[in-house]
Design a protein around this ligand. Structure first.
Ligand SMILES: N[C@@H](CCC[C@H](N)C(=O)O)C(=O)O
Length: 255
């Protein structure tokens, strides 16, 4: 059987997108990992299936490149634009994820993803930690461009403190009170990706503890995003991840 797929990227975080509303495809981990393989498959940081949901516009079923599952911020933004392309939604949507219900709007092609309210990231001696649907270890560094993201990221990801689930690891450089540069080692990809939406959002909330204020412009290796939030009782509300989500190409694959 041949299945149509679309390739999307959100600030360089790239995803294979498949309309699975007819449930033709099963969630088989080996097959997903094979499709995401950059040498022997289509190649992507993750795969997203758009499926029907009983009460919301659609179900975004996200898999990392190795077939594991978690919440994906950039993937959610891309899924929203794909759902718009499929005419499932207009410019506003409420959809389901592994982390429950999310909402988003599309304004001039830019996706504004409403994230869940958060407590303040936990502060440790040399890092912060926040699980905002995916776990994020956050390190502030002088120059993110020079950070050993893959080596140090993997060491922290596989360290005793995060076993067995592991964590994503973010390296954050403060540029000014409204701007940061973030690089992320992603669990499930087991490498640096060009951008990580939940990691960028968590990094901005940790940056607020260092005096940064909303809105924060975020530079990633794959482009620019914006994070907005309100401080509320030591935590955060009205958190938005804002940025482009682009269809790159389409194709078909034998399954
Ligand atoms: N790229 C994502 C994060 C995907 C999940 C992560 N790799 C994990 O397993 O925790 C994003 O944009 O948020």
């Amino acid at each position: 059987m041949s299945v149509d797929f679309y390739k999307y990227q959100g600030t360089g975080n790239d995803f294979i997108m498949i309309d699975n509303r007819d449930k033709a495809l099963s969630h088989e981990v080996e097959w997903i990992a094979q499709l995401c393989n950059r040498r022997t498959g289509i190649g992507a940081d993750g795969l997203i299936l758009i499926e029907n949901h009983d009460s919301l516009d659609f179900d975004m079923v996200y898999f990392n490149a190795d077939g594991s599952q978690s919440l994906c911020g950039n993937g959610s933004r891309c899924a929203v634009n794909f759902a718009r392309f499929l005419d499932i939604i207009g410019d506003e949507t409420r959809f389901n994820t592994i982390d429950g219900e999310y909402a988003a709007t599309i304004e001039d092609g830019i996706v504004h993803l409403c994230m869940k309210d958060q407590v303040a990231p936990e502060r440790f001696e040399d890092h912060y930690f926040l699980n905002n649907g995916s776990p994020h270890h956050i390190l502030f560094v002088e120059r993110a461009a020079d950070a050993p993201v893959k080596k140090q990221g993997a060491t922290i990801r596989y360290s005793e403190q995060y076993k067995p689930a592991g964590t994503n690891v973010n390296f954050v450089e403060i540029i000014n009170q409204h701007e940061v540069f973030v690089r992320t080692y992603e669990r499930g990809v087991e490498d640096e990706t060009l951008s990580c939406g939940t990691g960028i959002t968590a990094s901005c909330l940790a940056s607020a503890d260092k005096g940064l204020m909303s809105p924060i412009k975020v530079q990633s290796k794959g482009g620019e995003l914006q994070v907005q939030f309100k401080k509320n009782n030591g935590g955060f509300t009205d958190i938005k991840l804002i940025g482009p989500a682009v269809q790159v190409f389409k194709g078909s694959v034998e399954v």
